[in-house]
Ligand binder design. Structure first.
Ligand SMILES: Nc1nc2c(c(=O)[nH]1)N[C@H]1C(S)=C(S)[C@@H](COP(=O)(O)OP(=O)(O)OC[C@H]3O[C@@H](n4cnc5c(=O)[nH]c(N)nc54)[C@H](O)[C@@H]3O)O[C@H]1N2
Ligand SMILES: Nc1nc2c(c(=O)[nH]1)N[C@H]1C(S)=C(S)[C@@H](COP(=O)(O)OP(=O)(O)OC[C@H]3O[C@@H](n4cnc5c(=O)[nH]c(N)nc54)[C@H](O)[C@@H]3O)O[C@H]1N2
Ligand SMILES: [Mo]
Length: 749
């Protein structure tokens, strides 16, 4: 019998022989099915699944402590009872001797779809039961928005979740100016799941209704053909210059809407005086962006001539000084006076994920109660290496002077920092510092390989759960389709046993097993749905729909006194006295152009490390669909024919990519979809460090290339969108990858 399943990248149906998935088919209701579903079955029993618990040999011999051998020492297999006893004792030691303020449980990462087995919820509830943990604030996705938007528009999530709907755009918008494009591959994803992919249809319908699209991105296919977009390809990191020039034209040609600016914003005059005073003309911007001044000038006029949506992708804020283009997107929309009008104004994240602009469900799903965390300390999520390397060191964050906690134990469940963080050699150094590192993952990820305890979790197809993404209005049953791989266990089961060793089993489990929790969460949530067994047998439960017709900030526009924004002034802050008061050079009181510094002459190319088309982050990189995109086992690097010719490179050549920090191998793919001078190496190839040099990845993980720099002191956000590199032919012998097999282990002693 074929049964349904939900992942972050799509819903599918599959049969199973009890161990393996067979006949995987996209959910028939999905208008734009996604090939990524084929990574699941092919990854499930890959040799890199963790088959049983392991402990690092050096930890077993010498006990907890800083360990330069993490990531290179062999592992010792354990059975579950041994693992529980060793780790249970270690958790008791750390909480008893050091306390919860020495435990880092931020554990950032996407884990899997499914509400109950949501890895973050599990690990946070578990650590709270033990006494708490140091957490992390914000995301790698839009962490800079999460710090900045509250100052200028109010809550970031309200802005993203409340994006003006695609239906409003189709009906009302003349022009969408999409900074960072509207990516069809990225809109394939939604955290928590997505049943219906719709972006291409949305774009096609808006286009048919007369909406014009301008895609401002160094890559042509960042906006799919359905939009028939005009392609303007600036140099990466120069959008702020372009936006300031657009503002310059709106000011000098008297196209700014002063009625709107007076009523709904503060600080416009300071900003405008600066734009004029600094001479931010289209000619000035042309020199930075590489776009023609005449086209910039004309674009500003077109924006003022009709209903215009300014769309800023999340990628723009994931860069050094990423606050500036984000803020300027809001300022431009305010200058056009269309914020709060149907189809006009500002949008953040169209095409960055499936749900911005979609309706979804009117109610949220039940969640596993998290308990209470008494620990106040936190870090901005992307400061992980800084924290581990510099305990006690002071730093700035969003107007606060903080200092890094002194972490003895790191617990990671459902994330892969050796995928998501920048400067992996530095992260590897940081990972030598704690006394103990624990990782749960289904796979031997690079993070698992750098841990002391590695505990094998199940994949979603191996356990019962239910789930729903933000773009949908139906709850999906996610019945186990197969038995667990080898000795893998659910995170919940693992935590329950560890809680018992800690003497807090009752607090953690409340006497329920996983199935009982599912029933409990479901049945205490809504009374108007079929009972749990019926729902699970049906496979789906329809939920109240949140209509897809919202207009961002319509209430505020209708009455700014009755519905002020949750900003200090209650209005849109074009100039923020609060931010000015922080005194940050790298994020002043209103948005400006911050010079990126001198051209690195030995690294003339821009490298875009964007989201991978063939997988979600690092997940299932060993899956068939992801592997099929590789060439000679290396991650593809797209390059313009002119740049390739200048370097004597051809399609399929293996190249050495040299960055600000490290280097990696990759396989050239020639493509004229790139702006000349820009190459693209997506994230997600499993980090495969040369044994002699952790800054050299043999596989093609771009995060070895980046320096570990924040966006600014304001957000301390991830700045991994782009960096500078040189690419040359690789003449050495091609080293085999080590990440396609499990790490070395010592047989049972
Ligand atoms: N240079 C650069 N770096 C980037 C980005 C970029 O644009 N450029 N993008 C950033 C962004 S936006 C993000 S969100 C991050 C993503 O970073 P992560 O979210 O850390 O990446 P994933 O590969 O999704 O890691 C999730 C891990 O959870 C595991 N997992 C899945 N299900 C379960 C489960 O049930 N239990 C347990 N214990 N584990 C499970 C998976 O096997 C995987 O190893 O990367 C960031 N890094
Ligand atoms: N297939 C797939 N989809 C995904 C994910 C995945 O791993 N795989 N991850 C999901 C997650 S967690 C997130 S947060 C979102 C991220 O969504 P985004 O942050 O929007 O995605 P990116 O792919 O990093 O960037 C989109 C495009 O922005 C362009 N860009 C980069 N820098 C600049 C710049 O300086 N200026 C301009 N104008 N354009 C620039 C790049 O060409 C890039 O292709 O994607 C989600 N969707
Ligand atoms: Mo993300």
């Amino acid at each position: 019998m074929s049964r349904p399943h939900l992942t972050h990248w799509g819903a599918f149906q599959a049969r199973s022989d009890g161990t393996r998935l067979t006949d995987v088919q996209p959910f028939p209701g999905d208008p734009e099915p996604n090939q990524l579903i084929h990574n699941v079955a092919s990854a499930q029993h890959h040799p890199t699944r963790v088959d049983r618990p392991y402990v690092r040999a050096g930890w077993l011999e010498r006990g907890p402590g800083p360990a330069p051998g993490r990531g290179s020492e062999p592992f010792v297999p354990l059975d579950w009872a041994e693992a529980e006893e060793l780790l249970g004792a270690e958790l008791r030691r750390v909480y008893h001797d050091h306390g919860a303020r020495k435990v880092f449980g931020g554990s950032y990462g996407w884990g899997s779809a499914g509400r109950f087995h949501h890895a973050q919820s599990q690990v946070h509830r578990f650590l709270n039961t033990l006494g708490g943990y140091v957490r992390s604030f914000g995301t790698y996705s839009y962490g800079t928005s999460e710090a900045l938007l509250p100052h200028i528009l109010g809550d970031a999530w309200a802005v993203i979740r409340g994006s003006t709907s695609w239906e409003q755009i189709e009906r009302h918008t003349d022009l969408v100016v999409a900074f960072g494009g509207i990516s069809a591959k990225n809109a394939m994803m939604s955290s928590g799941g997505v049943a219906r992919h719709r972006i291409r249809g949305r774009l096609a319908r808006a286009r048919a209704a007369g909406t014009r699209f301008v895609s401002i991105s160094p890559i042509a296919d960042d906006t799919p053909p359905e939009a028939e977009a005009e392609w303007l390809a600036p140099r990466p990191g120069t959008d702020a210059a372009l936006m300031l020039a657009l503002a310059h034209v709106l000011i000098t040609e008297e196209l700014a809407d002063h009625t709107f600016l007076d009523r709904y914003t503060v600080g416009y005059h300071k900003f405008a005086a600066d734009v004029i005073g600094q001479g931010r003309t289209p000619e000035w911007a042309a020199a930075r962006t590489g776009l023609p001044a005449a086209r910039i000038r004309e674009l500003a006029r077109e924006m003022a001539a009709g209903r215009t949506m300014i769309s800023v992708s999340w990628s723009l804020q994931r860069a050094r000084f990423g606050e500036q283009p984000l803020w300027l997107g809001v300022v431009l929309a305010a200058m056009l006076g269309q914020i709060g009008l149907p189809g006009g104004g500002f949008g953040h994240g169209y095409g960055s994920s499936a749900y911005p602009g979609e309706g979804g469900s009117a109610i949220s799903l039940p969640a596993l109660p998290q308990g209470h965390n008494p620990v106040r300390e936190f870090i901005p999520v992307a400061r992980i290496s800084d924290m581990l390397l510099n305990p006690g060191a002071p730093y700035e964050f969003n107007g606060q002077r903080l200092s890094y906690p002194d972490i003895r134990l790191v617990y990671w469940c459902g994330g892969n920092p050796f995928h998501h963080h920048q400067d992996l050699a530095r992260l590897r150094e940081a990972f030598t510092r704690p006394e103990t590192i624990v990782v749960h993952d289904p796979f031997w990820t690079a993070t698992a390989r750098h841990a002391d305890f590695v505990l094998p979790s199940t994949m979603t197809v191996e356990r019962d759960d239910f789930g729903m993404g933000n773009a949908d209005a139906e709850l999906w049953a996610m019945p186990a389709l197969t038995a667990p791989h080898a000795q893998a266990r659910d995170d919940y089961t693992i935590f329950s046993a560890l809680a018992a060793r800690f003497g807090v089993e009752r607090e953690f489990t409340e006497g329920r097993d996983a199935r009982a929790w599912l029933e409990h969460l479901y049945s205490t949530w809504r009374k108007d749905l079929p009972d749990f067994e019926t729902f699970f047998a049906n496979g789906v439960a329809e939920l109240p729909v949140r209509p897809a017709d919202q207009v961002l900030l319509a209430d505020f526009r209708a009455d700014p006194e009755a519905s002020p924004l949750p900003t200090p002034s209650g209005r849109i802050e074009i100039h923020s006295a609060t931010i000015e008061g922080f005194g940050y050079q790298d994020c002043p009181g209103h948005p400006v152009w911050l010079d990126p510094g001198p051209e690195p002459e030995d690294r003339p190319l821009y490298l875009l490390a964007n989201q991978p088309k063939s997988r979600l982050h690092s997940q299932h990189d060993v899956g068939a669909h992801s592997r099929a995109t590789k060439h000679r086992d290396r991650e593809p690097l797209r390059m313009h024919p002119g740049d390739a010719a200048a370097r004597g490179l051809g399609d399929g050549d293996i190249v050495l990519v040299r960055g600000e920090r490290g280097a990696c191998l990759a396989a050239v793919r020639i493509s004229d979809a790139l702006r000349p001078g820009v190459v693209q190496l997506s994230t997600g190839a499993w980090y495969d460090p040369d044994p002699a040099d952790p800054a050299f990845c043999r596989h093609g993980n771009p995060n070895v290339l980046f320096a570990d720099l924040p966006t600014s002191n304001l957000a301390q956000g991830c700045a991994g969108a782009h960096t500078r590199v040189e690419v040359t032919a690789y003449d050495g012998e091609l080293p085999p990858l080590s990440v396609l097999a499990p790490p070395p282990s010592q047989s049972d002693a």
